[in-house]
Write a protein that binds this ligand. Structure first.
Ligand code: MN
Length: 332
C-alpha cells in the first residue's frame, strides 16, 4: 500500500494564494514580485499556486508556460518545498498520462509537449509530485477546482493517489498483449489519423522506437478503464455549482467538506479554488466556497486577485476572506 499523501497540512504561516495563470508570464512575474515584497515585510511566508499554471489561451509566442514551470521548480529549490507550493490542475494532469486536452481549436497538450524538449523528465516528475489539496489550521482548504460533488466518496482515493502505480499497471497490461498493432489501429480509427502521426503530434514522439511511443495508447487505456483515474478526473474537471440549485450546492459543499476533513488538523469549513472564470477576480459562491481568479480567468484580466491566507487563524465563513484579497495588477 502506497504511503503517498496528496493532502498537505499547513498549521502556520501566511500564504499568498494564486490561481490559474495559464502561461501568463507577466501575471506570474507580478505574483512572484508581490510575494517577495510581502515576505521581506514579514507579511507572507508561503507562495501557493493552485494549479493550471500552464497552457496559454493566446498565440504560442506569448505562452510562458514552460518558463513559468521551470521558475516555480527553481523557486521551490531555492526557498524550500514548504515555502513554494503548487497543486495539480486539470491542465497539468493530462501530461502525466499522455492524454490530450483541447478546447475548440486550442490543442493545449500538444503545444506544451512540443516545447518540453530536454526539460521533459524534470517537468513531468514535478507534475507527478504535486499535491491535490492543502488543508489548514484555519479550516480553509485549497484545491484547484473546488468542491467536486462527484468526488465526495473518493476523498481517500485522492489523498493516496499514486500516478506511477496506474502507469506501471497499464504498462504491464500492454506488455502482455501479443501484438499492439491492432490497438494502435483502433486508436487511430477512433481519432481519425494514423497512430504514428498522432503520437508525433500530441506527444512529440519521434517514431515507434521512441520508448514513449505507446504512451498515447496507454493514457487512453487508463482514462477509459481506471476507476481511480475517473475520481481524479471528476475532482479536477468539476463544474462545481453549475447545473445545481444553490441549495443543492450548499448541501454538497457541506458533505464535501465533511468528507475531506478526515485527518485534517481541524474540520475544514471553507474551500478556496480557481478553475472557473469570475467577474472582477473572485466569486463568493456561498459561505463554504470562495473562487479566486488571478489573471487568465478574471474578467477583465486586470481585475485578477490573489488571496493572503493566514493558515493559523480560524475562518468560519468564506466572506471573512474577502478583505484578504489583493489585486495582482494594482499599482504598488
Ligand atoms: Mn482548471
Amino acid at each position: 500500500m502506497s504511503m503517498t499523501d496528496r493532502f498537505v497540512t499547513l498549521t502556520h504561516g501566511t500564504a499568498l494564494v494564486v490561481t490559474d495563470l495559464h502561461g501568463d508570464l507577466d501575471a506570474f512575474a507580478r505574483c512572484v514580485d508581490l510575494f517577495h515584497t510581502l515576505r521581506e515585510r514579514g507579511e507572507a511566508q508561503r507562495l501557493i499556486f493552485l494549479g493550471d499554471l500552464i497552457h496559454g489561451y493566446g498565440p504560442l509566442d506569448r505562452d510562458g508556460s514552460l518558463t513559468m514551470i521551470l521558475r516555480v521548480i527553481k523557486l521551490q529549490e531555492e526557498l524550500g518545498p514548504d515555502t513554494v507550493m503548487m497543486l495539480l490542475g486539470n491542465h497539468e494532469m493530462p501530461h502525466i498520462y499522455g492524454i490530450t486536452l483541447a478546447k475548440g481549436d486550442m490543442e493545449f497538450t500538444s503545444r506544451f509537449e512540443n516545447v518540453l524538449g530536454e526539460h521533459r523528465d524534470r517537468v513531468l516528475s514535478f507534475f507527478k509530485s504535486l499535491p491535490l489539496a492543502i488543508r489548514t489550521a484555519a479550516g480553509v482548504m485549497l484545491t484547484h477546482a473546488g468542491p467536486a460533488l462527484d468526488a465526495i466518496r473518493h476523498a481517500d482515493t485522492l489523498r493516496h493517489f499514486d500516478h506511477q502505480t496506474l502507469l506501471d499497471q497499464a504498462d504491464a497490461t500492454l506488455a502482455q498483449a501479443p501484438d499492439l498493432a491492432p490497438l494502435y489501429r483502433q486508436y487511430g480509427g477512433i481519432h481519425g489519423a494514423p497512430y504514428d502521426e498522432l503520437a508525433r503530434h500530441f506527444l512529440a514522439v519521434d517514431g515507434p522506437d521512441d520508448p514513449r511511443y505507446p504512451h498515447l495508447l496507454r493514457g487512453f487505456m487508463i482514462s477509459q478503464q481506471s476507476p481511480a483515474f475517473a475520481a481524479l478526473w471528476d475532482a479536477l474537471f468539476t463544474q462545481n455549482e453549475y447545473g445545481l440549485t444553490p441549495t443543492a450546492y450548499v448541501t454538497g459543499c457541506q458533505e464535501y467538506l465533511r468528507a475531506f476533513s478526515a485527518g485534517a488538523p481541524v474540520p475544514q469549513t471553507v474551500v478556496v479554488s480557481g478553475h472557473i472564470v469570475t467577474q472582477h477576480g473572485y466569486a463568493l459562491v456561498n459561505r463554504y466556497h470562495l473562487r479566486v481568479s488571478s489573471a487568465a480567468h478574471a474578467r477583465p484580466r486586470e481585475a485578477g486577485m490573489a488571496l493572503l491566507l493566514d493558515c493559523a487563524v480560524p475562518v468560519k465563513s468564506a466572506d471573512e476572506l474577502l478583505r484578504n484579497l489583493i489585486g495582482v495588477f494594482d499599482e504598488r
